[in-house]
Ligand binder design. Structure first.
Ligand code: NAP
Length: 483
């Protein structure tokens, strides 16, 4: 099949924090994969930048090791890796001082796309923007890529937006949410908006409820100090889960263009009702013996930060009035699973009698692991013995016809970086979206802070606190199994 990948122009990509965890795990191996896929121009340049005093060769060695460790690089790619490393160089720089800026200004070329990836702690985003501007490095065609967290609340997000806006226009700012870079998330948009089948059913008349789960098996993983100030609400719900909810709930945009899509997402966030405190369950993981493992992990014996949250919310508009959206996310749960399930209502009249059982169609969109989309449909169980019904999954993602393309599906980060180079902001959050998400999140957090709410304990390896099950049971519904 002929590739229809949109080509990328020559670029200089500067990765601030180019020695850090995110760079080593995701950004650098992702760039190498795009290089292998032939998507990177031969004269592209990747410039790592951090305070460590490395020379080019030492940095290339760091990049090589990162690709070998996290990029699953086949030893057969040695000569490609050597060619890729020729594109890489390093500048020691201090985001808060003068070190390195003059050198960087000399290193970036004129007449090519400039992309500056802010893969540093959020406290440095403003400093980097100011210095890029002050040293005249960022031309009007430059882009900046800003990592999460984007603010801690509405006030700080507004301040950050204001700071970035002093130096860059909105069309230059790429706020990354790697969930949006996943193949299946984009497939969800294709399924919704390129087929006549789903849209007529995509509303409160036919959808019983939507559930979104992001379950992790890991704990706070050395990020305890950050996580304890953040918690599941800020770390997952305000950004990733909100974005997923938007893609399910939004109206069809008039065209697949960045502002048309983001306008519709923004309307969803602004339509979210305040959440009743009875519709929120917060949890903290403990050992089977009841030891407060979360508190020990973050080194804060009195912590009331949640490592789990489940909530029910409503999108208050004509399409969704009456259809609840249940969100659940947590750490140290029984399995790693990110999934959206659109659960349709039962058929209005059952002609097959009680013994056939009750069945409903569910569209499940799985983001990890095993990305894919399945539609459960009810059919007759084959064979004699009367009309027995069973549910079978229809695989809607990877038809056999596409099998030869599956090896080259880019991972989220690499897809998003290439979108930055193309200047395509469709899969990036706009400043007003982020602020609207905080405007919805802040009162919820303030509410439990005011009440002195203490998270419920849940055992590591479980599906979360019992109360989270009750949140669904009270409504006559069930969470899907975490597996
Ligand atoms: P990290 O491992 O702590 O790396 C931080 C990087 O920033 C290092 O390269 C560090 O190198 C550099 N740095 C620190 N202070 C600097 C300064 N004053 N000037 C220039 N460079 C400086 O952090 P990370 O985990 O990679 O995270 C980076 C960003 O990505 C954060 O905003 C984080 O929230 C976000 N993020 C990370 C992940 C992940 O999986 N790691 C996932 C999602 C989002 P030097 O100390 O040598 O300067």
């Amino acid at each position: 099949m002929v590739s229809r990948v949109i080509p990328v122009g020559t670029f200089d990509l500067v990765i601030f924090g180019g020695t850090g965890d995110l760079s080593r795990r995701k950004i650098l191996p992702g760039l190498f994969r795009r290089f292998l896929a032939g998507q990177m121009p031969d004269d592209a340049r990747i410039i790592g930048a951090a305070r460590a005093k490395l020379d080019n060769d030492a940095y290339r060695q760091l990049v090589r090791e990162a690709i070998e460790e996290f990029g699953h690089a086949d030893p057969g790619f040695e000569s490609e890796l050597a060619t890729f490393l020729e594109l890489v160089s390093y500048v020691p720089i201090d985001a808060r001082g003068e070190m390195g800026w003059a050198q960087l200004a000399k290193r970036v070329r004129s007449g090519v796309i400039h992309a500056y990836y802010f893969s540093v702690g959020p406290g440095l985003f403003g400093d980097l923007a100011e210095r890029l501007h002050g040293h005249g490095i960022a031309n009007e065609n430059a882009r900046i890529v800003v990592e999460k967290p984007f603010g801690h609340d509405l006030k700080s997000a507004r301040e950050l937006n204001r700071t970035l806006a002093q130096h860059f226009s909105e069309r230059q700012i790429f706020r990354i949410d790697h969930y949006l870079g996943k193949e299946t998330v984009q497939n969800l948009m294709a399924v919704r908006f390129a087929n006549i089948l789903f849209e007529p059913l995509w509303n409160a008349q036919f959808v019983d409820h939507v559930q979104i789960t992001v379950a992790e098996t890991v704990g706070v993983d050395g990020r305890g100090a950050y996580y304890d100030k953040s918690g599941a609400m800020r770390d997952m719900v305000q950004n990733h889960m909100m974005q997923l909810l938007c893609l399910i709930a939004m109206e069809p945009p008039s065209r697949f263009d960045p502002d048309a899509v983001r306008d519709e997402k923004l309307k969803v966030i602004r339509s979210l009702e305040d959440v009743d405190s009875h519709h929120i369950v917060r949890g903290q993981y403990v050992s089977p013996e009841g030891e407060p493992l979360y508190r020990l992990d973050v080194g804060n014996p009195r912590s009331t930060t949640e490592s789990f949250i489940a909530l029910k919310c409503h999108v208050s508009n004509w399409r969704w009035s009456g259809t609840p959206f249940y969100l659940r996310t947590g750490k140290k749960l029984k399995a790693r699973m990110s999934e959206i399930a659109v659960v349709f209502k039962d058929a209005p009249h059952l002609i097959f009698g009680q013994e056939a059982g009750r069945h409903c169609n569910t569209l499940s969109i799985r983001l990890q692991p095993d990305e894919g989309m399945t539609l459960n449909v009810t059919i007759k169980e084959p064979g004699p013995g009367g009309m027995r019904l069973i549910d079978v999954p229809l695989d809607m993602t990877f038809a056999e016809a596409l099998a030869d393309q599956l090896d080259d599906i880019p991972e989220a980060y690499e897809r998003l970086i290439m979108d930055v180079m193309r200047g395509d902001q469709t899969l990036f959050m706009r400043g007003d979206e982020v602020e609207a998400a905080w405007a919805w999140t802040d009162p919820i957090i303030e509410g439990w802070e005011k009440r002195g709410d203490v998270p419920k304990p849940y055992e590591v390896g479980s599906a979360g606190p019992e109360d989270a099950m009750m949140l669904m049971h009270r409504d006559g519904r069930r969470w899907r199994e975490i597996k």
